[in-house]
Design a protein around this ligand. Structure first.
Ligand code: PEP
Ligand code: MG
Length: 588
């Protein structure tokens, strides 16, 4: 038999890691449901079939939920809770039942029609609501699969060692996947910040998207290598390629184990400069890993993840309970609580706001200054929790000085209200300002006069400096933190803040990129905040960097004119520092 040739495809890396396995091509129940007329006497049978499918789906989701809670995959928990809410949404279920009764048609056809109605409604709304529709679709596929029992296959039933090829991965299927049977995902669609991506990352399952399936002959593919660091997918690898990746995967595991052993070492450069290395967190449960990995504290608590995208904003009392728990679990280490970054792609359920350009609209501090009661009750909750540890408040996406001044005024009002109520709080709480917009970087000196620290959010700074959507994969090449404009903006912030003796931290994804870290240190950054999983890698990178060399690198970068040139010198420096270090060749 003819041996198939090795074929290499380039996709986009979504969740890192290397997977080697067998392809499993999965299509959801995308069959067009046919209308079947039923007799009035059959209405109750069809409604019964529908209810049975709903209750079996509910059983599935509850089981998945229990498993995720057990495994501490909190991001997945939130998503599945949304799915359960959708599943038990009375308006959806009533609509299906009424339509079966009035149209006298079979359950699957009616159900699919109702879902199409939802689809049309959602398609005209902004990206956040379109994302919600993905959740509805995810749930509806499960229901349909129970209405078509013979087509049903669960992700947990996949053969061991599967690399799943699926057009668009849904969050609940990612949640259902177990590493024992599913080693990786390859999709045509799906962005880095999709729910499915969040769950895959949290589970540590490598995932590459943006691979076109149209030219693939899946029956000819025996083995697949998926490189979640670089986005490469290799089909039918030769023995040589296979051996190379097996060795690489083994080496990476060994390295990660070794790095974790060094967690208690100080974060000091080769020439003795101390770097404060903290963690970015979204959930209280992530704190265990922060401690395990020797984080100096939490440099960014994204408070909006507490309720987004599923729930409405908790009351002051509910927030206080969560914040107090967080602060107490810090065991004396500092924590920076960012006020809600609502807006953009993070809208609240039921929000009536509709903006054509939500990322340029009423987002973050702009939203908070409009919704003062929401802002103030969060500030009061944080202030009350501040007596239990070392807490700072961070204002998100400030774009001019007056926003910072107004936010400070509201903070003073919140403090006054607590005083009147004889509530305890720390009156000298530190306040910081996020620098995520070029205008804020340019006036960093003015902002620094009015706060205790600045925090550069490069994820947004790159987006706003280059006018390129951070979630739009098709603009991938343009979204580049190594662009001269971004490097200069970072330097501008450092210079502006140092005039006022105000510390600057970097909390965007680049702070965890071993190729970018020397540049940040060379530009004068001495505080980094990264996802807790990457603390060991970042710590080791800092410990292998010399500030003298980093400053030379930064000086050189500041003189270059294109992102390509800057990227090249960063890569070169990184190759020198980590010549054969696969663990570091992650793509961030
Ligand atoms: C950033 O923009 O870099 C940042 C840290 O904030 P977020 O990713 O939450 O927008
Ligand atoms: Mg941001």
């Amino acid at each position: 038999m003819r041996k198939p040739k090795e074929q290499r495809l380039q996709g986009i890396a979504i969740s890192r890691g290397i997977a080697i396995g067998h392809p499993f091509y999965y299509t959801f129940c995308e069959i067009e449901e046919r209308a079947r007329n039923i007799l009035p006497a059959q209405v109750s049978i069809e409604i019964g079939r529908y209810q049975n499918a709903v209750s079996r789906t509910s059983h599935d989701l509850h089981q998945l939920l229990d498993r995720l809670i057990l495994d501490n995959v909190n991001e997945g928990v939130d998503i599945l809770e949304t799915h359960l809410e959708i599943l038990h949404d009375p308006s959806l279920n009533t609509r299906v039942k009424l339509k079966i009764e009035s149209n006298l048609q079979n359950a699957e056809f009616v159900f699919q029609e109702v879902i199409h109605e939802y689809q049309q409604k959602f398609a005209s709304l902004n990206p956040f609501f379109r994302e919600r529709f993905n959740d509805i679709q995810d749930v509806s596929q499960r229901i349909l699969s129970y209405l078509h029992e013979h087509l049903r296959i669960s992700f947990s039933d996949f053969p061991a060692g599967s690399i799943v090829f699926v057009k668009d991965l849904t969050a609940s299927h990612a949640a259902e996947a177990e590493q024992v049977n599913i080693l990786g995902f390859v999709t045509e669609l799906g962005g880095i910040t999709s729910h499915a991506a969040i769950v895959a990352k949290a589970k540590g399952i490598p995932y590459v998207s943006n691979i076109s399936f149209s030219d693939l002959n899946l029956s000819e593919i025996r083995t697949v290598i998926l490189d979640g660091r670089t986005g490469e997918v290799i089909l039918n690898p030769t023995q040589k390629t296979l051996r190379m990746f097996e060795e690489l995967a083994f080496k990476m595991e060994e390295q990660m184990r070794a790095l974790k052993l060094d967690c208690s070492l100080p974060v000091v450069t080769l020439d003795g400069h101390f770097v404060e290395l903290s963690a970015n967190i979204e959930m209280v449960s992530e704190l265990d890993m922060v401690h395990e990995h020797g984080g100096a504290g939490v440099g960014l608590f994204r408070s909006e993840y507490m309720f987004l995208p599923n729930h409405s904003i908790p009351s002051e009392e509910e927030q206080f309970v969560i914040y107090r728990q967080l602060v107490e679990k810090m065991q004396g280490l500092p924590i920076v609580m960012r006020a809600f970054d609502i807006g953009g792609d993070k809208l609240m359920r039921g929000s009536s706001r509709h903006e054509l350009n939500p990322f340029l609209g009423c987002r973050a501090i702009r939203f908070l200054l409009k919704e003062r009661q929401i802002f103030k009750s969060q500030l009061r909750a944080i202030l009350r929790a501040s007596i239990y540890g070392e807490v700072s408040i961070l204002f998100p996406m400030v774009s001019c000085l007056s926003e910072l001044m107004e936010a400070k005024q509201i903070l003073r009002e919140a403090q006054e209200e607590l005083r009147v109520l004889h509530r305890q709080f720390k009156s000298d709480i530190r306040i910081g300002c996020m620098v995520e917009v070029p205008s804020a970087a340019i006036i960093a000196d003015l902002l620094a006069c009015e706060c205790d620290f600045l925090s550069i959010g490069t994820n947004d700074l790159v987006q706003y400096a280059l006018a390129v959507d951070r979630d739009n994969l098709s603009l991938g090449q343009l979204y580049n933190p190594a662009d001269p404009s971004v490097v200069r903006l970072i330097k501008m912030v450092i210079i502006g803040a140092s005039k006022q003796n105000v510390p600057v931290s970097v909390c965007g994804e680049v702070a965890a990129d071993p190729r970018f870290i020397p540049l940040l240190l060379g530009l004068g950054v001495r505080e980094l905040s990264v996802t807790s999983r990457f603390l060991p890698i970042v710590k080791n990178t800092v410990r292998k960097t010399s500030i003298v060399e980093a400053e030379k690198l930064a000086a050189k970068a500041l003189k270059l004119s294109t992102s390509k040139e800057i990227q090249a010198i960063l890569d070169e420096a990184y190759q020198c520092a980590f010549p054969e270090d696969p663990l570091y060749s992650y793509v961030y």
